[in-house]
Design a protein around this ligand. Structure first.
Ligand SMILES: *Cc1c(COP(=O)(O)O)cnc(C)c1O
Length: 394
């Protein structure tokens, strides 16, 4: 949470990622901030415990390892402060609860990460908070959906299944005019390629589990806010008792050290494969905002400086057997939830299920690909064989 750790000029993003959030002089010269495990933090005197001025008071509120991550993300997101929380979903739920009370209204993009929708429909509704869904391409049209009691807007840009890019400045203007806060899930681009707070958002959340960790071996989320939104987020987090262990924080910090170079590689490979797929006969559409064929390409160009590892692949209509033929015999791509690791993933997805504001009417079968760090020609060969199997089973 704190900004104690770094007084030197952070410099470029790569330098922030490699030098921020670690103070070797505090660790006997060791390069990395180690795993701190601890509940009790000791006070030396009655005066000290009364003053509550120590850097750490109790382990649940953070330790040097969690702080090492928070300070890096704060710097990258241009935030006032950041909290590390146990998962990306926890980042979403805490951010929402920080804005909402009984009787309030919430607007959520129809492209939102599905467990976030479930939290709104299955939990917030029970607390007397209404959740309504908006077209991810609504832009300034959001103003027409705002009600006097709308207090939060949850955006995700691009959506991690359907990849619509959202007009964050327009959403922020509409939200603020109505007295609501704009929360943006920035997991896809990472703060390297998209900085929503600089575009008017109030709160940015990440599934740190994905690109930050980068190795599919830990869970984490982050919440970064403007100065105005901070107190509400921190109060809710503290009241709910959310805590992230030093062990998990260490893995996030470790992942962050190589985030810039990994993002660059993931971006380049994903783009090369996306472009190649666009030319394949079974392919109807590739849903990747950095491709000129993407309907939101201009918006992506305006607001992003790069792209992520994840995109959608829409194949010609075919029965279930063809979907199975495509995914069941992949050699390098594996099937599984999550993304962001060094290994490639491919999973069939069906946006029809969750949508309520704008139905998903595209023909064909949609797959979501995460392009990992394997050899690019090996990945292409794996997909080429899968496309042949798909065609044969169609
Ligand atoms: C995975 C994901 C989340 C949730 O992260 P967890 O750490 O799995 O809880 C949130 N948003 C997006 C876009 C995600 O892909």
């Amino acid at each position: 949470m704190s900004d104690h750790q770094n007084s030197k000029d952070p410099g470029s993003i790569e330098t922030v990622l490699t030098h921020h959030g670690r103070v070797p002089e505090d660790q006997f010269g060791f390069v990395n901030t180690p795993v701190y495990r601890g509940s009790t933090v000791l006070f030396r005197s009655l005066a000290d415990i009364e003053a509550q001025q120590q850097r750490f008071l109790y382990g649940r509120a953070g330790n040097p390892t969690t702080e090492s991550v928070e300070s890096v993300i704060t710097e990258l997101e241009g935030a006032y402060r950041t909290r590390l929380v146990p998962s990306g979903l926890a980042a979403i739920t805490i951010a929402l609860l920080s804005c909402l009370k009984s009787g309030d209204d919430l607007l959520i993009t129809d492209s939102a990460y599905e467990p976030g929708r479930k939290f709104a429909d299955g939990f917030l509704e029970r607390m007397g908070i209404t959740a309504r869904y908006y077209d991810p391409r609504i832009g300034s049209g959001l103003a027409e959906l705002m009600q006097p009691n709308t207090r939060a807007v949850l955006a995700e840009s691009p959506g991690s299944i359907t990849f619509e890019v959202q007009d964050i400045p327009a959403l922020a203007a509409a939200a603020h005019a109505g007295g609501a806060r704009l929360i943006v899930d920035n997991s896809w681009a990472s703060p390297l390629y998209h900085v929503p707070l600089s575009l008017g958002a109030d709160i940015v959340v990440h599934a740190g589990t994905k690109m930050f960790v980068g190795h599919s071996d830990a869970f984490a989320g982050t919440i970064s806010t403007t100065e105005t939104a901070w107190a509400d987020v921190e109060r809710v987090r503290a009241l709910l008792g959310f805590f992230t262990s030093g062990d998990e924080a260490f893995l996030v910090a470790r992942g962050l050290r190589t985030l810039a170079i990994r993002m660059k590689e993931h971006q380049q490979r994903a783009l090369e494969i996306a472009r190649w797929l666009e030319g394949q006969p079974e392919v109807l559409r590739v849903l990747h905002p950095a491709l000129p064929s993407h309907p939101d390409h201009a918006l992506w160009q305006r607001d992003f400086t790069g792209s992520g590892s994840l995109f959608g692949l829409l194949l010609r209509p075919a029965p279930r057997a063809a979907i199975a033929a495509f995914v069941d015999h992949l050699q390098l791509f594996s099937m599984g939830y999550s993304w962001g690791g060094y290994e490639s993933l491919c999973i069939p997805v069906d946006p029809r299920r969750a949508r309520s504001a704008v139905p998903w009417n595209e023909e064909g079968n949609l797959f979501r690909l995460h392009i990992g760090l394997e050899g690019i020609d090996d990945l292409k060969a794996d997909l080429a064989a899968a496309l042949e199997r798909y065609a044969a089973a169609r």
